[in-house]
Design a protein around this ligand. Structure first.
Ligand SMILES: [Zn+2]
Ligand SMILES: [Zn+2]
Length: 293
C-alpha cells in the first residue's frame, strides 16, 4: 500500500469534518444569507465522498452501476428539492414560532464558542434521530424504514435512499428550540450529511480509533444493514456512534452482504408504496375471505 494513499484514507474523515467546521466558522454573512449555499456545500461534500469510491474501493460487490447511480441521484434531488423544504415549512418554522410564542430561551447557547455550538446542534439532532431510528426498528414505523434496509449495496448517497415519509421523519429535530447562530446549525447539518455519506460509502478508510469511537463509520453502519431483521437492531446512530455506546446498542463488526427479504432490491415505486403493504395485505385477506364465503 502506497504510504500517501494510506495517509489520505486515514485522515480523510477527520480532516473533512475539520474543514466543514472551519468553513462555517468563517463563512461571510453575505453567503450565509443565500439558501443555495448550504445545499451546494452539502451536495459538494457528498460528491467528494462518492468520488473516493473510485480511488479506494471497499467491496467489488458494492461497485456503483448505472442503475444504482440513477436511483441515488433521484433521492439526492428528492431530498434537497422537496424533503428538506417540507421539513422547514412544516416542522422547523412552526417549532420556531412556538418557541417565540412560549418565550423559550436558551441564551447560554449563544455564548458558547463556535465549535461548542456546532457540536451542541449535532448532538441535539443526533439524539432525536437515534431514538426515532431505534423506535423504527421496534414498532410499526418499521414499514416506513424498511426500504432503506432493502438496499443491497452501500454507496455514499445511500443514506438518502428510503421511503419519503421515513426521510421526513428522521430529519425531524428540536434544534429550532435552541438559540444558536445560523452558521452553527448549518455546520451541524453539513457534518451530519458528511458523516452519513462516509458511513454509507463503498470506501476502504483506515479510520483513526478515536474517530471511530465518536463518529459513525462504515463498519458499524454496514453491520446495521446486515441481512436478518433481528441483526439490524444495533448501531442506530446516523453520525454519533457514541450515542449507541452510551445506551448499550453498539455492536462491533461489519457486514459485506446487506439487504432484507432475501436481498430483494426494491424499485423506487416499491420504496414509495412500502408502508401501504400491511393495509394492502389486510384488504387482500378481506377479499379472500368474502370470496370463499
Ligand atoms: Zn435502520
Ligand atoms: Zn443506512
Amino acid at each position: 500500500m502506497n504510504t500517501v494513499k494510506r495517509l489520505v484514507f486515514t485522515l480523510c474523515q477527520p480532516v473533512t469534518l475539520a474543514l466543514i467546521v472551519l468553513f462555517w466558522a468563517t463563512v461571510p454573512p453575505a453567503l450565509l444569507d443565500k439558501a443555495w449555499v448550504i445545499t451546494a456545500i452539502s451536495i459538494g461534500t457528498l460528491a467528494m465522498v462518492q468520488a473516493l469510491e473510485f480511488v479506494n474501493e471497499r467491496h467489488a460487490g458494492w461497485r456503483q452501476q448505472l442503475r444504482e447511480f440513477r436511483t441515488d441521484l433521484f433521492y439526492v434531488i428528492l431530498y434537497f428539492a422537496v424533503i428538506s423544504k417540507l421539513e422547514t415549512k412544516f416542522a422547523e418554522d412552526p417549532l420556531a414560532s412556538a418557541k417565540h410564542a412560549l418565550g423559550i430561551s436558551t441564551d447560554w447557547a449563544m455564548h458558547l464558542p463556535f465549535v461548542g455550538q456546532a457540536f451542541l446542534a449535532l448532538f441535539v439532532m443526533e439524539f432525536g434521530q437515534y431514538w426515532l431510528h431505534r423506535l423504527m426498528h421496534n414498532s410499526f414505523l418499521w414499514w416506513t424504514h424498511a426500504p432503506h434496509h432493502h438496499i443491497t449495496q452501500l454507496n455514499a448517497a445511500k443514506g438518502l435512499v428510503g421511503n419519503p415519509l421515513e426521510l421526513f421523519l428522521v430529519s425531524l429535530s428540536v434544534i429550532a428550540l435552541f438559540d444558536l447562530p445560523l452558521n452553527a446549525v448549518f455546520c451541524a447539518y453539513n457534518l451530519t450529511g458528511a458523516i452519513a455519506a462516509f458511513a454509507h460509502a463503498n470506501v476502504r478508510f483506515y479510520t483513526p480509533r478515536w474517530y471511530a469511537y465518536i463518529f459513525t463509520t462504515v463498519e458499524p453502519h454496514s453491520l446495521h444493514h446486515t441481512v436478518g431483521f433481528a441483526e439490524t437492531r444495533c448501531n442506530y446512530a446516523n453520525a454519533l456512534i457514541l450515542i449507541d455506546r452510551m445506551f448499550g446498542t453498539f455492536r462491533p463488526g461489519e457486514a459485506e452482504i446487506v439487504g432484507q427479504d432475501e436481498r430483494k432490491r426494491l424499485l423506487i415505486v416499491e420504496q414509495f408504496m412500502y408502508p401501504l403493504r400491511p393495509l394492502m395485505a389486510m384488504l387482500k385477506r378481506g377479499r379472500d375471505t368474502s370470496a370463499s364465503v
